[in-house]
Ligand binder design. Structure first.
Ligand code: FES
Length: 81
């Protein structure tokens, strides 16, 4: 997913299917200073089950549309963290 596409995701988009973590939850955590994949996992539980939503590298078969590392990249570009 491109950074532009990530910016258009609704707040209720489910980023982590295993744990039901939404885009809005991730953005709130990022704005609160959780600015790494590990910190986001600790704060939101996203990525803590099958782990596929953590990074593009882990999700080799592109089973998830978006990953925590991409959302962080987007947030850094937008100055959210
Ligand atoms: S989809 Fe996030 S841990 Fe499985």
């Amino acid at each position: 997913m491109t950074l532009e596409e990530i910016g258009k995701l609704p707040e209720d988009y489910e980023v982590c299917l295993c744990n039901g973590v939404l885009m809005g939850d991730i953005l709130v955590a990022i704005k609160a200073g959780h600015n790494s994949v590990e910190k986001l996992m600790d704060e939101t539980t996203a990525g803590t089950s099958c782990e596929l939503c953590q990074t593009r590298k882990i999700d080799e078969d592109n089973e998830r549309e978006v990953h925590l590392d991409e959302i962080l990249e987007y947030a850094k570009k937008e100055g959210l963290c």
